[in-house]
Design a protein. Structure first.
Length: 378
């Protein structure tokens, strides 16, 4: 039927790319009734937010007034903490909003947006929402592959998203590899470095992206207050970038996109270095302990530099990842299935409190029939 004789639509119709989106499904938060829950599905910090951030949040009571649309105090606090120009920082409702703003500002129909095979699911959602085409580069042993990314670049490429460390794998690539990626990109392609888990990395060859942003006109760095700062409920993220990119994003973001209590809490959180160091120390200890204990049970764990681990299960009936998930859930241990990332044989498990970590190991030992309890020592 020709377009001239096609029947008129009987209701509003979204763009076709929108209907290609599979809505993001957060990790579970509940277990069965009467079971104490240890939520290890969302990579939240077991230490919670800084007491100073809690006090700032509770003191923000002028709810009748609009927040500062520029998040001035917060940008200045971030700038002071990292030695950055606040004018080159923009804040958002979590880094998710900033990812979407980048996609809408720099990509559209006919354009391509590139990311790694196991990259954050929001990259695909933001790309399709902008009308652009998502392009996926294969990874190597659950690590982003710079050669594969560069090989996938075409004249239609507008953005490359790189999560470093990556979620859900917990892996990273060294700074030299990130620089090689940037140097191999055409100057009109924006490299967005998603460093949501940067604070957890204890590797000498890692850099979150500040140096590249400072010296390149096509690189931005994304950060969040949801992870190590423990403010996931308030949804605060920030981006450091070239003035031209910051200007473009500011033109399309919501006028009051970060609420006043969130601004107050995040400003206090970024100033509380002691709380961040405590969270790092907790993660260093229990990431190593949990990884070693699960390997001792015969499980394969992808080496992680973040605050979670990707645990692989055998493809054996009754011992598969789905079976382990159900067993853990029945004991109040809520972890993350990663089928949507194309890894149905694994579970992503956040590093929790000491109690949760020990219970996790003991429960998986029982599940696997290992016949031993979690050791007393850490």
């Amino acid at each position: 039927m020709s377009s001239a004789t096609a029947p008129a639509a009987t209701r509003p119709v979204p763009r076709p790319s929108v209907m290609e989106i599979e809505a993001y499904v957060p990790g579970k938060a509940h277990a069965g009734p009467g079971v104490k829950v240890h939520k290890l599905s969302a990579n939240e910090t077991p230490l919670g937010p800084s007491p100073a951030a809690l006090e700032a949040y509770r003191s923000s009571t002028a709810l009748e007034a609009y927040p500062d649309g520029s998040s001035t105090r917060l940008r200045e606090a971030i700038g002071a903490a990292f030695g950055l120009d606040p004018a080159r920082i923009v804040c958002g409702t979590g880094s998710d909003e900033l990812i979407n703003l980048i996609a809408h500002a720099y990509a559209g129909p006919g354009d391509e947006v590139l990311y790694s095979q196991y990259g954050f699911l929001i990259y695909r959602i933001a790309t399709l929402a902008s009308g652009a085409t998502p392009i996926v580069a294969p990874e190597r042993d659950y690590h982003s592959d710079v050669d594969a990314l560069l090989a996938a670049v075409t004249e239609r490429t507008r953005i490359v998203f790189l999560a470093n460390p990556n979620n859900p794998t917990g892996t990273y690539i060294p700074f030299d590899e990130v620089k090689r990626l940037q140097q191999g990109l055409p100057p009109n392609v924006l490299l967005a470095l998603d460093a949501a888990y940067a604070e957890y990395v204890r590797r000498n060859d890692y850099e979150a992206g500040i140096e590249l942003v400072a010296t390149c006109s096509n690189v931005v760095m994304l950060r969040t207050f949801s992870k190590i700062h423990g403010l996931a409920a308030l949804r605060v993220g920030w981006m450091y970038g070239p003035p031209e990119v910051i200007d473009a994003v500011n033109r399309i973001r919501g006028a009051f996109n970060v609420n006043a209590p969130a601004i107050a809490a995040a400003t206090a959180a970024i100033k509380d270095g002691g709380h961040v160091e405590a969270a790092i120390a907790h993660n260093v200890r229990w990431l190593e302990w949990t990884t070693n204990e699960l390997i001792a049970l015969g499980l394969t764990v992808t080496p992680s530099v973040a605050n979670f681990i990707l645990v692989h299960f055998p493809q054996v009936p009754g011992r598969a990842a789905a079976d382990a998930d159900a067993f853990l859930s029945s004991r109040g241990l809520i972890v993350r299935r990663v089928d949507s990332y194309g890894i149905p044989t694994a579970l992503r498990i956040s590093i929790g409190t000491e109690e949760a970590n020990r219970l996790l190991v003991a429960t998986l030992a029982e599940f696997l029939g290992a016949g031993r309890e979690s050791p007393d020592g850490a």
